[in-house]
Design a protein around this ligand. Structure first.
Ligand SMILES: C=CC1=C(C)c2cc3[nH]c(cc4nc(cc5[nH]c(cc1n2)c(C)c5CCC(=O)O)C(CCC(=O)O)=C4C)c(C)c3C=C
Ligand code: FE2
Ligand code: FE2
Length: 358
């Protein structure tokens, strides 16, 4: 095995702190070919689809990758913008804002970049460039508030795989979740309050989270519990009673049972139960993306209105809103605790002392 080298050690070179924020990733274009590449990488990840590999290889390559790319490309085309995929440009904006904020505290000693777990920019390419810039202490923060093996642990797998191929690994820290972080909860609650100020309140506030197969919960994944805790804390912050909010799970994929209650079933059933107006928020998504814009703001609105609903509002993800950035920056700073940027200074003093003695 030949391990990847790092730039030659240079006494006195400043050690940099690196902050790598990540998200899921998105196709390069809303086209069949790009979707096929993206879905192949995403759905081949054993953390995402936990079924025996040979069986899944056949289903994925023979069935799914021959049907889904065309359908998904159409969905992506409906949300695509001049700046590309919403998930990509929101992540770019978040990173730029975080960089500005963290550089106020750390100056040029901090390098803030983003990478995507699937597609580009890849975790491998961004880690390589950060280490080349002299990052010797690396904090990784996946922008998934709730821990899930399929997303959070998969990101860790990729970071660890990258480091396993290197000769000189940096100090490493990894934020696994922030589903109950007071700053995050406050930011989501305040975004709901701001929405109420503009539009008034609905019969029900719906919290919708991306689903996972129920089997993953039964096998010990804490994602379901963390989603419920996020909902509870936001509802408490808003002073809502139990009848005024409801938690459900969206974006089913495949045939097995996923976490219930399902968002679409819930919205189809609400009008008959007397719930005529809803406001829906997705505190599992740090950025708007296909799953919130097309599925929640559009598709599920149709279901609800068609079933007799009268008013339906989607409350956008926090994206690059200042309060979101402040909350994320505070979390990052708390996790950088004790990582001083003075090592380089100490080392250069030591190097010159040693030089003087020789
Ligand atoms: C927020 C956390 C997410 C979890 C948990 C998650 C699990 C999960 N997802 C799939 C399958 C698909 N997800 C797709 C899109 C998608 N998923 C998330 C987040 C989570 N997924 C996001 C942010 C997005 C949107 C990306 C974008 O480009 O905007 C898709 C692709 C879209 C499509 O073809 O429908 C698939 C497929 C599984 C199987 C899964 C299981 C654990
Ligand atoms: Fe997903
Ligand atoms: Fe639970």
């Amino acid at each position: 095995m030949k391990y990847l080298g790092s730039p030659a050690f240079n006494h006195g070179q400043a050690d940099k702190i690196g902050v790598l924020v990540t998200n899921l990733g998105t196709p390069d274009a809303p086209e069949k070919g790009a979707l096929k590449r993206y879905l192949k990488e995403f759905l081949s990840d054993p953390r995402v689809v936990e079924i025996p590999r040979v069986l899944w290889w056949l289903i994925l390559n023979v069935v799914i990758l021959n049907i889904r790319p065309k359908r998904s490309a159409k969905s992506y085309a409906s949300v695509w913008t001049d700046r590309g995929s919403p998930l990509l440009f929101h992540t770019q904006d978040q990173t730029m804002a975080l960089r500005q904020k963290l550089q106020q505290s750390y100056g040029d000693n901090v390098v803030v970049e983003f990478a995507m777990r699937y597609g580009s920019p890849s975790i491998n390419s961004v880690m390589e460039s950060m280490l080349q810039k002299g990052v010797r202490k690396l904090l990784v923060m996946p922008l998934y508030p709730q821990y899930c093996a399929s997303t959070t642990a998969s990101t860790f797998d990729m970071v660890a795989k990258n480091l396993s191929q290197r000769r000189w690994m940096p100090d490493l820290r990894f934020i696994t979740h922030y589903h109950d972080d007071p700053g995050y909860i406050q930011a989501v609650a305040d975004s709901i309050r701001a929405h109420w100020q503009l539009k008034g309140r609905a019969d029900k506030l719906l919290f919708s989270y991306h689903g996972i197969p129920k089997r993953y919960l039964l096998n010990g994944d804490p994602y379901h519990c963390e989603c419920y805790k996020t909902s509870r804390l936001i509802a408490e912050n808003l002073g809502l009673n139990k009848d005024e909010h409801f938690t459900c799970f969206q974006s089913r994929f495949g045939r097995e049972e996923w976490l219930q209650p399902y968002t679409d079933h819930t919205l189809k059933a609400f009008p008959a139960q007397g719930v005529k107006s809803v406001q829906i928020v997705c505190p599992g998504f740090s950025a708007d993306c296909l799953e919130t814009i097309e599925e929640i703001a559009e598709e599920n609105r149709e279901y609800f209105m068609h079933a007799g609903g009268e008013s339906y509002d989607y409350i956008p993800a926090l994206n690059a809103q200042a309060q979101h950035i402040d909350a994320l920056a505070a979390l990052i700073e708390a996790n950088l605790h004790g990582w001083s940027v003075d090592n380089a200074k100490q080392r250069s003093t030591l190097a010159s002392k040693l030089g003087a003695e020789q």
